[in-house]
Design a protein around this ligand. Structure first.
Ligand code: FES
Length: 79
């Protein structure tokens, strides 16, 4: 963990960056995946909502990007 990273889960010292890494590098698309990979929200669970909000927000971004990528692909097929 880097010095200036934002800690999301204080019980287990899990940073926001670690949660994002579990999503983008390890394909964690469910809370239990993030919990297994990072240990975030596996103790007192006070951070559960915050971790879940990050997950939902990032999944929304991926959906938007997925649609955009599909549109780009379809446009390139027309040319
Ligand atoms: S703050 Fe994350 S489990 Fe306690």
């Amino acid at each position: 963990m880097k010095k200036n990273e934002k800690i999301i889960c204080h019980c287990n010292g899990v940073s926001e960056q670690a949660v994002l890494k579990s999503i983008y590098q390890n394909g964690a698309f469910e809370m239990h995946d993030i919990q297994r990979l990072t240990l975030a929200s596996t103790s007192c669970r006070r951070c559960f909502t915050q971790v879940e909000e990050i997950l939902v927000s990032e999944l929304d971004k991926l959906k938007v990007n997925g649609v955009q990528l599909k549109i780009d692909f379809m446009e390139s097929k027309k040319r």
